[in-house]
Design a protein around this ligand. Structure first.
Ligand SMILES: C[S@@+](CC[C@H](N)C(=O)[O-])C[C@H]1O[C@@H](n2cnc3c(N)ncnc32)[C@H](O)[C@@H]1O
Ligand SMILES: [Zn+2]
Ligand SMILES: [Zn+2]
Length: 366
């Protein structure tokens, strides 16, 4: 189980053995504890093996409260020495990378049918946009200068090349399957968690910014594209230091809508003991009991694979290329990821995990 904790140190105390002297045993069966203690020899009590606990990665035994014990091999690991870093103490069993079969599986090849089922794409939908249609679509959008000035959301432009698009989808499907997650591009509500009626933007303390009608149209256009299997040009890749991370497969312009952060909606109060590292604030209500989070632990989309910047370094801030924004859309709260500058092909996506609350520990992020 979880962390090494100094209060757990001696699981079995080795008490000094007491044996009555010859002939004494019959006279007196029991001795008082005081008597026992008087006669007992002083011995050093081994503090079980945990006092020698060291991190198998850096070899140090410092910060033992941050050392996790593997339930498989019993070795210790500093949370920040693990890759990817473990930011919260896991609840229940925890296995190191060697003992866990949680290694990144290579990207799987899927049949067209399987991809369509996995992403729930309608039958006739998954076809390439013809270059001509794509050109017309682009022409209709306004010139860049105007777009920049008015800060309107831009729809993403899916990759036209069919094979390339399949590879992007395969990379996401493989990563989701590896984490035993289903794909969902919408917020989901399940019994036992917060109901849909709990997601009301007017509960937000201080109010929530309302999305403009024009931006809602862009959002709807992107949602419709996604239903046809046309996603933003992104790939999920695995990095030994950062775990899964998202790479850009074609240039993306400033203010481009990337995706909505999705998963099961639940009350924050239900998740106090949740060790998930991908929960996202959805609603910060004046009444804390009404506050909501998005939990992509069973269902989610590409957003749960996007990594965060290190809030403690200048480099971290330079890396940021997305902003995470919350909006009221038709009275409901939603969280969106939007390009905060032009992003080049090959760049990885990063945003600030501490945009709303400064609770996410990022000091060990690369
Ligand atoms: C929302 S998940 C992002 C996807 C994650 N990398 C994965 O493999 O599933 C957040 C976790 O990713 C890792 N992470 C995110 N940003 C990171 C960074 N800049 N450097 C290292 N690890 C990072 C941390 O383990 C963090 O707890
Ligand atoms: Zn260590
Ligand atoms: Zn292990």
């Amino acid at each position: 189980m979880a962390p090494f904790n100094s209060t757990q140190q001696s699981r079995s105390h080795h008490l000094p053995a007491f044996r009555p002297k010859e002939g004494q045993s019959k006279k007196k069966k029991f001795r008082t504890l005081k008597d026992v203690m008087k006669r007992a020899k002083r011995v050093a009590i081994p503090r079980d093996d945990y006092s020698k606990l060291m991190c198998s990665i850096c070899g140090s035994g410092e910060k033992d409260e941050e050392i996790l014990l593997c339930d498989g091999c019993d070795n210790g690991f500093h949370m920040m020495c693990l890759r990817p870093v473990v930011v919260r103490v896991p609840i229940g069993s925890w296995y190191c990378n060697k003992c866990h079969d949680h290694h990144p599986t290579p990207i799987q090849k899927f049949t067209q049918r399987k991809i369509m089922d996995f992403f729930r794409i309608r039958k006739s939908a998954m076809k390439c946009i013809s270059p001509e249609v794509a050109r017309r679509q682009r022409k209709r959008s306004r010139p860049l200068v105007l777009q920049k000035k008015s800060r309107k959301l831009l729809p993403y432009i899916p990759t036209e090349d069919h094979d390339r698009r399949s590879k992007q989808m395969e990379s996401l499907a493989s990563a989701l399957i590896n984490l035993k997650l289903e794909f969902s591009n919408d917020l989901t509500y399940f019994p036992g968690m917060a109901p849909k009626s709990a997601n009301q933007s007017n509960f937000e303390s201080g109010g929530m910014q309302v999305m403009s009608k024009e931006d809602i149209r862009t959002l709807e256009k992107c949602k419709a594209m996604a239903e046809r299997g046309e996603y933003p040009p992104l790939r999920v890749v695995f990095d030994p230091l950062e775990g899964y991370t998202v790479e850009v497969d074609a240039p993306i312009k400033h203010m481009t809508f990337i995706a909505e952060y999705t998963g099961d909606v639940d009350y924050i109060r239900n998740r106090a003991d949740d060790d998930s590292d991908s929960m996202m604030t959805l609603l910060l209500a004046s009444d804390p009991l009404k506050s909501l989070v998005i939990c992509p632990d069973k269902r989610g989309n590409i957003t749960r694979f996007i990594n965060g910047i290190n809030n403690h370094t200048e480099d971290g801030k330079k890396k940021q290329n997305l902003k995470c924004v919350r909006y009221s859309v038709k009275g409901e709260c939603h969280v969106f990821l939007v390009a905060s500058r032009n992003i080049a092909k090959g760049e990885r996506l990063y945003y600030n995990y501490n945009g709303y609350e400064n609770a996410y520990p990022t000091q060990h992020f690369v």
